[in-house]
Design a protein around this ligand. Structure first.
Ligand SMILES: Cc1cc2nc3c(=O)[nH]c(=O)nc-3n(C[C@H](O)[C@H](O)[C@H](O)COP(=O)(O)OP(=O)(O)OC[C@H]3O[C@@H](n4cnc5c(N)ncnc54)[C@H](O)[C@@H]3O)c2cc1C
Ligand SMILES: NC(=O)c1ccc[n+]([C@@H]2O[C@H](COP(=O)([O-])OP(=O)(O)OC[C@H]3O[C@@H](n4cnc5c(N)ncnc54)[C@H](O)[C@@H]3O)[C@@H](O)[C@H]2O)c1
Length: 492
């Protein structure tokens, strides 16, 4: 191995950002807007996993699948949608949204805000210092006057099952960048990636088998996973709950892969995709040089300062802090921390009280999430179980969507379910879950109600238009009010 060469003179910036995913770019933007100088270090593509192998390509691929399913739920339209999806057209659409994995546009964004991009692998080298190693082995040292923001994201977590390397499994990478449809695909893992990948590849023509250890999308209310499992089964996927993979083999790298399951049965497929969670991208970023453990999630305070590091200079944002592995939540952290960095740099006190300008309070109370399955599953805040565990006195209100005429007009025989989790002491919403076609666009109304802690007495005055799917709000709130009235006060 050749010795590292290059410029040993350090370049000083106010802020150094490690990782140019959506989160890194947002904190850079916020710090630049406050007049701070910013260096951004990226070793792969500016835009990160989200832009090229996660959110964007998966939704670009899923949308045609869901659009066709939506059309088939409407009499008159159904008859017009008789053919198969044009997979070449679907892949071309995906390629457009990922700009053919060319990041020059996003690099230009960094330039436009006045941030300097350093391409290469960044590692901390003691407090406030980062070394960037380029592909050709040359190095550059950067120092930070005010802050280093770690936004290096996460990688797929592959379980240590015998034969997993030989099987050469897909992860979210091939699951989103492949332009060929495997005839038989096994998806392992029933979280967000698993259910979306199963929906997508079944929709594109694979025969999908989804193996989940327990219920699907287990962080949501149980009915969400049940309805998503039902939708997948109806689309032709084989959903097996409680199934575990114990071994894999693929003696011919070009041939099929065989999975052994915990009941000793075997399953053959053309590809296997592991969607078994994420691991932080912190194993090789020099955490040991500042007394932290390489490969660990980074524990942060409400302003996203890393706990246990002296001097208030190290921030961790996005997936890497394990608060909520979602782009929108990471970007919220980036905006908040970017402002906190600028405020501290100016020697001003931060406003880190709950819901303050420099607090990421929504991470605890109002994280919204949509799974783009068929039906869609959307939730914000706490599930009933989480609310009870947190000690709240709650009431749940449950309704099927077909209570609302708007839902039936949207899709004939609309199938979906909604739940409110009400805090009985404060009469506000702690959580809301919607499952059904088109509910992704309904979720923000619930997010406003939960984050705003809008009293139910006032929410009653937020009228949904007739006839929209949103009318479900009227029926949910009315059902709650009726239940709360005692027989004596109820109208005769
Ligand atoms: C299949 C899939 C679908 C998803 N869909 C959604 C969705 O619809 N909505 C949603 O909100 N979330 C979704 N997510 C989650 C979302 O992708 C992540 O939460 C998001 O990418 C996190 O952003 P980030 O900037 O923290 O990390 P990333 O997007 O992972 O970016 C981190 C960047 O840091 C770089 N980097 C890492 N280490 C170094 C280093 N040492 N030096 C220099 N650069 C480095 C990487 O190359 C990368 O560019 C999905 C995830 C997956 C896997
Ligand atoms: N639309 C979206 O917002 C969206 C879509 C996809 C992913 N994401 C986010 O990305 C993150 C990663 O998603 P993910 O699905 O990879 O992780 P996850 O942690 O949500 O789910 C992983 C699943 O794999 C299972 N699992 C773990 N080890 C296993 C094993 N050995 N065998 C079988 N099953 C196993 C777990 O029980 C879990 O249900 C999540 O936080 C998710 O919310 C978001």
């Amino acid at each position: 191995m050749s010795a590292p060469r290059g410029n040993q003179e350090a370049t000083a910036y106010d802020v150094i950002v490690l990782g140019a995913g959506p989160v890194g770019q947002n904190v850079a933007d916020r710090a630049r807007a406050a007049g701070l100088s910013v260096a951004v270090v990226e070793r792969e593509l500016v835009g990160g996993e989200c832009s090229y192998w996660a959110c964007v390509p998966s939704k670009a691929l899923l949308r045609p699948v869901i659009a066709v399913a939506d059309a088939r739920r409407v009499d008159g339209a159904r008859q017009a949608v008789t053919g198969r999806l044009d997979t070449d057209g679907v892949f071309a659409r995906r390629n457009r949204y990922v700009t053919d994995w060319d990041d020059s546009g996003q690099a230009l964004f960094l330039k436009s805000i006045g941030a300097d991009l350093f391409r290469g692998h960044g590692r901390l080298d003691g407090p406030r210092q980062v070394t960037v190693t380029r592909d050709d082995g040359t190095r550059h040292t950067l120092t930070a006057r005010h802050a280093v923001a770690i936004a290096t994201g996460s990688r797929p977590n592959l379980p240590g099952i015998p034969g997993i390397e030989e099987a050469r499994p897909w992860t979210n990478r091939h699951g989103t960048d492949s332009s060929t449809v495997p005839a038989r695909l096994v998806v392992v893992g029933g979280g967000g990636v698993g259910v979306e990948m199963a929906t997508l590849w079944q929709g594109l023509g694979s025969q999908v088998t989804l193996l989940a250890r327990r219920r699907l999308i287990p962080r949501l209310e149980p009915f969400a996973g049940e309805l998503v499992a039902q939708g997948l089964s109806e689309s032709g996927a084989d959903v097996r709950i409680g199934a575990q993979v114990t071994a894999l083999r693929r003696p011919d790298p070009e041939g099929p892969v065989t999975l052994t399951l915990d009941d000793s049965s075997e399953l053959e497929a053309d590809e296997v995709l592991f969607a078994t969670g994420r691991t932080p991208a912190t194993s090789d970023i020099g955490l040991d040089t500042i007394g932290l453990t390489p490969g660990s999630w980074l524990d942060v305070d409400t302003t996203c300062l890393v706990n246990g590091v002296e001097g208030d200079w190290l921030y961790a944002l996005g997936d890497v802090n394990h608060r909520a592995l979602l782009t929108h939540q990471g970007k919220y952290q980036a905006r908040t921390a970017g402002d906190a960095i600028a405020t501290r740099a100016a020697g001003q006190p931060v406003d880190d009280a709950p819901w303050g300008d420099h607090a990421t309070t929504a991470d605890q109370h109002a994280v919204p999430q949509v799974f783009f399955t068929d039906p869609e599953a959307a939730a914000v805040g706490l599930t009933a179980e989480q609310a009870e565990q947190a000690g709240h006195r709650i009431k749940t209100v449950d309704l099927d969507f077909n209570a609302a005429q708007g839902a039936n007009l949207y899709a004939d025989g609309y199938r979906g379910h909604a739940r409110l989790v009400v805090d009985l002491d404060r009469e506000i919403l702690l959580g809301v879950t919607f499952v059904g076609p088109g509910v992704s666009e309904l979720l923000h109304s619930a997010t406003i109600a939960v984050a705003g802690e809008v009293p139910l007495k006032r929410l009653r005055h937020a009228i949904a238009c007739f006839p929209t799917v949103s009318e479900i709000w009227l029926f949910l709130l009315t059902a709650y009010q009726r239940d709360q009235k005692t027989p004596e006060t109820a109208p005769a």
